[in-house]
Design a protein around this ligand. Structure first.
Ligand SMILES: O=C(O)/C=C/C(=O)CC(=O)CC(=O)O
Ligand SMILES: [Ca+2]
Ligand SMILES: [Mg+2]
Length: 396
């Protein structure tokens, strides 16, 4: 038996207990829980086959009672002895994509980000579209290209055209960017025709991950009218390997900023689901931004209510991301297009000038939330490195 020692101030203390999928050399991926610098193999520790699977989906589908009961059992384990065979050092395991992603939706819930992008993409219009304060704007993305942190990102190629060009040309994106976001994972779905109310959020949503919605701004700017983002964002979306359960975020819950005009009744929440989460973005190891999640205009409960209000069903494994998290200050912006104001104001990164991503660049996004009694709840990180565009047949 092993007693797991949790270092003081660890972002993975007993108040967090995030779930992930891990493997050790020569073994199959299975569900584990992070505690301090250890990973507990739940199939072994709890003797339950639902954890012997390569994704969290089967466990998530069992619903909030089972989530709560399992969290209680793990909390007890964490404070006592764990069978040796169930304990692995976190530095010795490989982490996999923790969920089989069903549908993927990306919202646009930061007023600061939406206003900045409006100014940059549509300089002759009002920054916010007339619908923006009435509904959480979003679009459906590509579930099959969601990848786990650490996966290399091949620079996408596509059609690029600036307003100055007479015709589009084809080639590797020259304006490859990031978007620092939080993603919410649906555990229990909902049937067709029955919307999920804001108050039902915690009965459906299992937990949260960090998301980097890699974005090719030149491809996006040319293709997006009028149906929205398509190939400029569908080439890869990275998520962090640890899914932080909603229960670990109780102390982080805050009201959203005031919503004026008052939203329609189905978007009014009685219990606040804003979240006081601090995010950090590093570019080649240098901190370039600290986006504050508490500034997000729309809450994740409002996002889920909106996503299903037309009767669309939700499914186990659905991932809906918040949209880029940007605060009011320049150093709180969650995308490089905002930080460099469309590439016009380069950043100095380790002594080098940067506007958009260059081949070999690496970006990591991390986050923490307040836990109980002064503790910190960590999300770990989502990291990715840019590889050169694939060579191959091109119509250049
Ligand atoms: O304003 C636009 O046309 C485009 C905005 C985005 O690229 C943002 C997006 O993907 C949603 C978000 O992350 O906030
Ligand atoms: Ca996005
Ligand atoms: Mg994407």
């Amino acid at each position: 038996m092993t007693r797991i020692d949790v270092p003081d101030g660890s972002p993975f203390g007993v108040g967090n207990l995030p779930y992930g999928v891990f493997s050790t050399p020569g073994t199959e991926p299975r569900v584990g829980v992070r505690l301090g610098d250890s990973v507990i193999d739940l199939a072994v520790a709890l003797d339950d086959d639902v954890f012997a699977r390569p994704t969290l989906n089967a466990f998530m589908a069992q619903g909030p009672r089972r989530w709560a009961e399992t969290r209680e059992r793990i909390t007890e384990l964490a404070q006592g002895d764990v069978p040796d065979a169930a304990v692995h050092e976190s530095s010795q395991v490989r982490l996999h994509l923790p969920i089989e992603v069903a549908d993927y939706v990306d919202f646009y819930a930061s007023e600061h980000h939406a206003s900045n992008l409006g100014r940059l993409f549509r300089p002759d219009s009002e920054p916010l579209m007339p619908n923006w304060k009435h509904l959480p704007v979003g679009y459906h993305g590509r579930a099959g290209t969601v990848v786990v942190s650490g996966t290399d990102i091949v620079r996408p190629s596509g059609q690029r055209k600036t307003p100055a060009d007479a015709a589009p040309e084809f080639g590797p994106s020259r304006r490859l960017d990031i978007e620092a976001e939080l993603g919410f994972v649906v555990g229990v779905g909902s049937p067709l025709g029955s919307p999920v109310a804001c108050e039902e959020f915690a009965e459906h949503v299992f937990g949260a991950v960090l998301v980097n919605d890699w974005s090719a701004r030149d491809i996006q700017a040319w293709e997006y009218v009028p149906l929205g983002p398509f190939l400029g964002k569908s080439f890869a979306t990275s998520v962090s390997p640890w899914v932080v359960p909603l229960a670990a975020l109780e102390n982080a819950r805050v009201p959203t900023p005031p919503q004026q005009p008052e939203p329609l009744p189905y978007l009014r929440e009685k219990e606040p689901w804003g979240l006081d989460i601090e995010m950090t973005v590093t570019w080649n190891g240098q901190v370039v931004s600290r986006p504050p999640y508490r500034e997000m205009y729309w809450s994740p409960a409002q996002m889920l209510a909106h996503m299903t209000i037309n009767g669309a069903s939700a499914r186990t494994g659905d991932l809906f991301a918040s949209g880029t998290v940007s605060g009011p200050e320049k150093e709180q912006r969650g995308a490089f297009i905002e930080l460099t104001w469309g590439g016009r104001e380069p950043l100095r990164v380790n002594g080098e000038e940067r506007t958009f991503l260059e081949d070999g660049d690496e970006v990591a996004i991390s986050a923490t939330a307040p836990g109980a009694d002064g503790s910190v709840v960590g999300f770990g990180e989502v990291r990715g490195r840019v590889l050169p565009a694939a060579s191959g047949r091109r119509s250049e």
